[in-house]
Design a binder for this molecule. Structure first.
Ligand SMILES: [Zn+2]
Length: 98
């Protein structure tokens, strides 16, 4: 399982850091999309999203869940075994909660 701390991918302005490798930027954008999607409907009323899995050749999409107690976001591909947990996403620019 990937455990991702969202703030590790961001620069001082809260944007995805430009000096990262392409792969790191892709992963950061993927996490941002999950946070963006999940916080539009928080806590999520459905688990499936249209976010595409990052694994090469995988055609799966990402399912999401949130632990509202510690606010960890869990994501999992519905086809392959990729899964992870996102922390420290609160107050990033993808946090749509009011
Ligand atoms: Zn997958």
């Amino acid at each position: 399982m990937f455990i991702s701390n969202m703030t590790h991918f961001l620069d001082e302005q809260g944007n995805i850091a430009k000096e990262m490798q392409k792969e790191g930027r892709e992963h950061a954008s993927f996490l941002a999309l999950i946070v963006d999607t999940m916080t539009k409907d928080y806590p999520p009323s459905k688990k499936n999203t249209e976010i595409r899995c990052l694994t090469k050749k995988c055609t799966g999409t990402i399912d999401i869940a949130v632990d509202t107690k510690n606010e960890f976001i869990y994501w999992k591909c519905n086809k392959c075994s990729e899964e992870g947990r996102i922390e420290a996403w609160q107050k990033t620019k993808w946090d749509n909660r009011k």
